[in-house]
Write a protein that binds this ligand. Structure first.
Ligand code: SMG
Ligand code: MG
Length: 377
């Protein structure tokens, strides 16, 4: 494929309710979207193809060092020009090596690779799930529950999600909002609901005693208790608590995943394509974990229907043995950019159409766009 142009858009979508984590409160989702346009060959009459990518970087660098405006900048000035200069033989498999001279910026790279992969698969009329070698047609859906103003609100919110059919609950925690909420949810909803917590790096090893109190609640896992670059300390913590440790922020690459496994810093991994530089690296981490007996699940970054579609395809691989954060569109959005993903008996359907299998609805895309530019050679 030859890439002939790239559209870079920034959108801002309102969230149905504020989403609070240990690092802050999101009121809306600012995201960078990419549409690559290309031709399947050098033939001037070859049909034009396009593909969509969604960048998961958030508005501010609070979850990770990347943030939306920086992603747009590095895409515009460095990554897209590399892609446009690459000639006629661009494939999704070559995007990561092509962009390798640029250090870091994995979320920006992942979005560009996703767009090329979508275009390539639309061209060959293959679904993303089929390309990955997915084995499921639906994926079990878990939900991530933000920090709430009170325990009683938390119990109401969790009760609503369980009534909707979510098969696993993840509670966001932070120092001062940890043992109490978990205990209350266990008391109200029983020992049987699959329950886990996510600290988004808010603790230190000195908090081991508090974290150990969570052992009493039979959690599936605790996600990223310590800072991103504290792999060794996660290994220390794993020796001090019984709840399995799952890494999110720390796993920024296939190599980081291999290190974390070898050092026994975690026994579960949350895979997010954006965080690891793309869906192909995500697939490699899945394979690595499968070979090492490490269960994985698909994380979420408050994606629109575009990223949600790709996540559902990834989560349909056989190593994803735990329910992920691939929730229905209405978990976050009154109106998604695409035909909404809905919960059906606790499951999300994996798209079957070519590429990611969904398209943005043009009216909605235009309504939410705050900036758009067209970049060509
Ligand atoms: O998309 O369901 C989703 C969000 C899931 O909790 C979620 N994501 O650390 O796993 C995580 C967070 C990162 C984004 S928080 C704004
Ligand atoms: Mg997390």
């Amino acid at each position: 494929m030859k890439i002939t142009g790239v559209e870079l858009r920034t959108i801002r979508m309102p969230l149905r309710s504020p989403f609070e984590t240990s690092f802050g409160v999101e009121q809306d989702r600012l995201a960078v979207l990419i549409r690559v346009v290309g031709k399947s060959s050098e033939d001037l009459h070859a049909v034009e193809v396009h593909g969509w990518g969604e960048c998961v970087a958030m508005e501010s660098p609070l979850y990770s060092s990347e943030y939306a405006d920086a992603a747009a900048d590095v895409l515009r000035r460095f990554l897209i020009p590399l892609l446009l200069g690459a000639g006629t033989d661009v494939t999704a498999e070559l995007v990561d090596p092509l962009l390798a001279p640029i250090i870091g910026h994995r979320m920006a790279k992942a979005a560009l690779e996703m767009a090329v992969l979508d275009a390539q698969l639309r061209c060959s009329r293959q679904s993303l799930a089929g390309y990955f070698g997915a084995t499921r047609t639906t994926v079990p859906s878990g939900v991530s529950v933000g920090i709430q103003p009170s325990i009683s609100t938390l119990l109401d919110v969790v009760g609503e999600y369980l009534a909707e059919g979510y098969v696993r609950i993840k509670l966001k925690i932070k120092p001062g909002w940890d043992v109490g909420p978990v205990e209350a949810v266990r008391e109200r909803f029983g020992e049987l609901i699959p329950l886990q917590v996510d600290a988004n790096a808010a603790y230190t090893l000195a908090d081991a005693r508090v974290l150990r109190r969570l052992d009493a609640f039979d959690l599936l896992l605790i996600e990223q208790p310590l800072p991103e670059d504290d792999i060794r300390q996660h290994a220390e913590l794993a020796r001090l608590i019984n709840t399995p440790i799952c890494l999110d922020e720390s796993v920024v690459s296939v190599r980081a995943a291999a290190d974390a496994i070898a050092l026994r810093a975690c026994s579960v991994i949350n895979i997010k394509a954006g965080r690891v530089g793309g869906y192909l690296n995500a697939r490699r981490i899945h394979d690595l974990c499968q070979a090492n007996g490490i269960p994985v699940w698909c994380g979420g970054m408050v994606e629109t229907g575009l990223g949600r579609a790709a996540n559902a395809a990834l989560a349909a691989l056989p190593g994803f043995t735990l329910p992920g954060d691939v929730s229905a569109s209405d978990r976050f959005y009154e109106e998604d950019l695409t035909v909404p993903f809905v919960l059906d008996d606790g499951q999300i359907a994996v798209p079957t159409g070519p590429g990611i299998g969904v398209e943005p609805i043009q009216d909605l895309l235009d309504r939410y766009t705050v900036n758009s530019e067209w970049i060509q050679p």
